[in-house]
Design a protein around this ligand. Structure first.
Ligand code: AMP
Ligand code: TRP
Length: 326
């Protein structure tokens, strides 16, 4: 039986943090064997908010390098940059022309981002989910691994497929979303989701010294004010990170130790730090090797794009024909 096709994307924001790693990339790597995977660095999505033009190409390459270092192996899946395949924006335009504005104005991410970037509520921010729908439907992907926050966009993608089919004839199947099982990683403040814009993150490629400095000062269960106070792992962000990076046995040990105040936060953080670095060191090593071999990364992305264009050009031919464009 043919493998189901997966599509997912990540924005080149300049830093890939532990939230991205645990919430998305680690999951992608696990799917490569079982599915035919198409993974994309979505640079057109990234320019819906103000971006650093001078650093943009470097940020795209860093994102690709980090993905590859994490195990998104371009030999075993398609890995490419969105703007290298022009059919993405072409299909998005067609979707623009069949989607009521109201559907887009309802999107939570649009509402959030228009709050955050009041000085720049551009049309691209509004139609962002249709570019995402184009990403997915251009490859007729069946499954889309995403975090909870993206489910609404996948629902819109399904609606867009239905709308297109009703208007122009059966073309697209409705893709399913696959929710990332791991818990959301909170930022170092323990209060908000780890994210680049809130500057509360740990980067996958950060040095051990820098990571320790951030962990050392990270907020734990705030009710635990003194060493002898019992803590509650359920509300401690560091415990969520233990679940992502420490062996199961350690995770199970720490829970009662924390509740009984047998272990202090600093010691708990030291254990976490060690396990985290065991995870990150091989990734960082690989990323350093790839940094020295830029041409290999650029070559892999070009190969990925060429292979994607074989699919996207066919699908766009079909779409143009159905819409009466050619
Ligand atoms: P973004 O950086 O918003 O483009 O996110 C890329 C991917 O990482 C998405 O699938 C998100 O769901 C996931 N992600 C981002 N931040 C976190 C976080 N703090 N915890 C878990 N997953 C996250
Ligand atoms: N909007 C997604 C995010 O912010 C990124 C993305 C773009 C994406 N295109 C996609 C995710 C297609 C899944 C499928 O995380």
């Amino acid at each position: 039986m043919a493998k189901k096709r997966i599509f997912s994307g990540i924005q080149p924001t300049g830093i890939i943090h532990l939230g991205n790693y645990v919430g998305a990339i680690k999951n992608w790597v696990n799917l490569i064997e079982e599915y035919e995977c198409v993974f994309c660095v979505v640079d057109y999505h990234a320019i819906t908010i103000e971006h650093d033009v001078a650093a943009f190409q470097e940020n795209i390459l860093t994102a690709a390098r980090t993905l590859m270092a994490c195990g998104v192996d371009p030999q075993r899946c398609r890995l490419f940059v969105q703007s290298h395949v022009p059919e993405h924006t072409e299909l998005a335009w067609i979707f623009n022309c069949i989607t009521p504005i109201g559907d887009l104005e309802r999107m939570t991410q649009f509402k959030d981002k228009s709050q955050q970037h009041r000085e720049n509520i551009n049309a691209g921010l509004l139609t962002y989910p249709l570019l995402q729908a184009a990403d997915i439907l251009l490859y007729k992907a069946q499954v889309v691994p995403v975090g909870e926050d993206q489910v609404q966009h996948i629902e819109l993608t399904r609606r867009t497929a239905r709308r297109f089919n009703t208007r122009y004839g059966e073309t697209f199947a409705e893709p399913e979303w696959m929710l990332t099982k791991t818990a959301k990683i909170m930022g170092l403040d323990g209060k908000t989701k780890m994210s680049k814009s809130l500057n509360n993150y740990i980067g996958v490629l950060e040095s051990g010294d820098s990571i320790w400095e951030k962990l050392r000062t990270a907020t734990t269960d705030e009710n635990r004010k003194r060493r002898k106070d019992p803590g509650d792992p359920d509300i401690c962000n560091l415990y969520t990170m233990h679940k992502a990076f420490s062996p199961q046995a350690t995770v199970e040990e720490i829970d009662p130790q924390c509740r009984a105040a047998e272990i202090g936060c600093v010691d708990c953080k030291k254990i976490l730090f060690e396990n985290m670095m065991k995870h990150l060191e091989p990734i960082q090593q690989k990323a350093t090797e790839l940094e020295k071999d830029r041409d290999a990364v650029i070559g892999a992305l070009e190969k990925g794009a060429a292979s994607c264009r074989e699919i996207s050009q066919q699908v766009m031919d079909e779409v143009r024909r159905k819409v009466g464009l050619r």
